[in-house]
Ligand binder design. Structure first.
Ligand SMILES: [Zn+2]
Length: 56
């Protein structure tokens, strides 16, 4: 299956829980961990470089 728009699986860098994130129109993936409730945002700056921000 190819990567579908809107639904992306990510692992929480805080607790390791796998969650579903959603990509918005700007290409930023937003996710809320269902285990530790932290908010994640992942932005692809360049090829193969992903910046993940964790905020409680
Ligand atoms: Zn977590």
């Amino acid at each position: 299956m190819s990567e579908s728009l809107g639904s992306i699986q990510m692992y929480c860098p805080n607790c390791g829980q796998r969650n579903c994130g959603y990509k918005n129109a700007k290409g930023v993936v937003l996710m809320r961990c269902r285990k530790c409730s932290c908010c994640l945002s992942s932005k692809k700056m360049k090829e193969q470089k992903v910046v993940i921000t964790v905020s409680q």
